[in-house]
Design a protein around this ligand. Structure first.
Ligand SMILES: *Cc1c(COP(=O)(O)O)cnc(C)c1O
Length: 367
């Protein structure tokens, strides 16, 4: 058996006729950037998230970057986030000229520890970015409560959490705005780069819309200096085909996660706990073991690919050496980074493959 960590060809096979038709429609339309396909997707995705607006951009990183600019981040400001995210979360902060400040995570859920947020706030803190890591969510009610008391804005990094919810409210509808990525391997993936900012704040939506398109509302009339960060029509068309399937795909991920949870009971590994009230979408399924290297090698030899999301916490990346944050700064995030292993989890993963993964993991720990 040969089970990759992500298999994008399986999903294409299941929707091939529709996706090919959508691509052809775009090619025939001669309309390749923004346009009606992107507009339709923006409307439907905003409705899906429970927000008033969605603004399509060319990546999740751009979504974070432009949302932060729209929120007024720049040199002299601080933005609080967590050290166990993908690098882009902090990178987007730095791109605005603001400084990323980190808060350690809850060691059981891996989400930003709401009880540690307050102590990281300074007079120049502007925004908090909770990351819905692995497709789960932390205590958004508590995070928002602290943020509001201190006059901070909240930007959800929902790049891994399309369709997740907490206390009945969708990821993307909690914060002042949220950034999504449609990178091909995400739960809702385009066929190239893509992202969106969702918000119910009309001013933020308008600011992001201006920033993504050279500060222009009307061709060749420029109100501010912006960027070229527009979503392509092809990606909008692909996403329009895929969005109606997202809930069913997420449900399959949840079913598989439940199966993994049950199969690993009694083994000397830990799984990730879910925040009470959260319905996660398992962008990633993580187990924790002190024998990570041996487990990964054992599984690789038996045709099971695994990953590490992420091996080096952001504050210990060379790119952030200038922050002067030494090992020991965020003990939980650092400890988790040494123990986590991501297993293959996607809606198209067949029963024989699921059984193979489970059997090999059980076999490893019984050696
Ligand atoms: C994927 C991801 C991003 C970046 O999205 P891109 O579309 O790759 O730019 C940001 N944050 C998190 C948590 C991600 O997983």
């Amino acid at each position: 058996m040969n089970i990759p960590l992500v298999n994008l060809r399986a999903q294409y096979a299941s929707l091939r006729g529709e996706l090919d038709g959508a691509a052809q429609r775009v090619f025939l339309s001669g309309n390749f950037v923004l346009g009606p396909e992107v507009q339709k997707f923006e409307n439907d995705f905003a409705a899906y998230c429970g927000t008033k607006y969605a603004v399509g951009v060319n990546s999740g990183t751009s979504a974070l970057h432009l949302a932060l600019l729209a929120m007024g981040c720049g040199p002299g400001a601080e933005v609080i986030t967590q050290p166990n995210s993908f690098f882009a979360t902090a990178e987007a902060v730095s791109l605005t000229g603001a400084k990323p400040v980190f808060v350690d995570v809850n060691p059981e859920t891996h989400q930003l520890d709401a009880s540690k947020l307050e102590e990281a706030i300074t007079p120049v803190t502007k925004v908090v970015i909770p990351v819905h890591l692995f497709g789960a969510m932390g205590e958004m009610d508590k995070i928002l409560d602290v943020a509001r008391r201190h006059g901070l804005l909240t930007l959800e990094d929902a790049a891994q959490a399309h369709g997740a919810s907490f206390k009945g409210k969708k990821a993307g509808s909690w914060g002042d705005a949220a950034a999504f990525s449609f990178y091909p391997g995400k739960n809702l993936g385009a066929y190239g780069e893509g992202g969106a900012v969702v918000t119910s704040n009309g001013e933020l939506a308008e600011a992001v819309r201006l920033l993504r398109d050279h500060g222009s509302k009307q061709k060749y009339i420029h109100e501010i200096i912006g960027f070229n960060m527009r979503l392509e029509a092809l990606q909008g068309a692909i996403l329009n085909i895929k969005l109606p399937h997202l809930d069913e795909w997420n449900e399959k991920r949840r079913e598989l996660a439940k199966k993994f949870d049950a199969a690993f009971v009694g083994l000397p590994i830990e799984t990730v706990k879910n925040t009470e009230g959260c319905v996660p979408v398992y962008h990633l399924y993580i187990i924790k073991t002190k024998e990570r290297e041996q487990l990964q090698a054992y599984l690789a030899e038996r045709g099971v690919a695994t990953g590490i999301h992420y091996p080096i916490p952001i504050h210990l990346q060379r790119a952030y050496a200038h922050l002067g944050l030494l090992p020991g700064s965020y003990p939980f995030a650092e400890k988790l980074s040494k123990e986590i292993v991501s297993l293959p989890i996607y809606p198209e993963l067949g029963e024989p493959e699921q059984a193979h993964i489970i059997e090999k993991i059980r076999a490893f720990f019984r050696l």
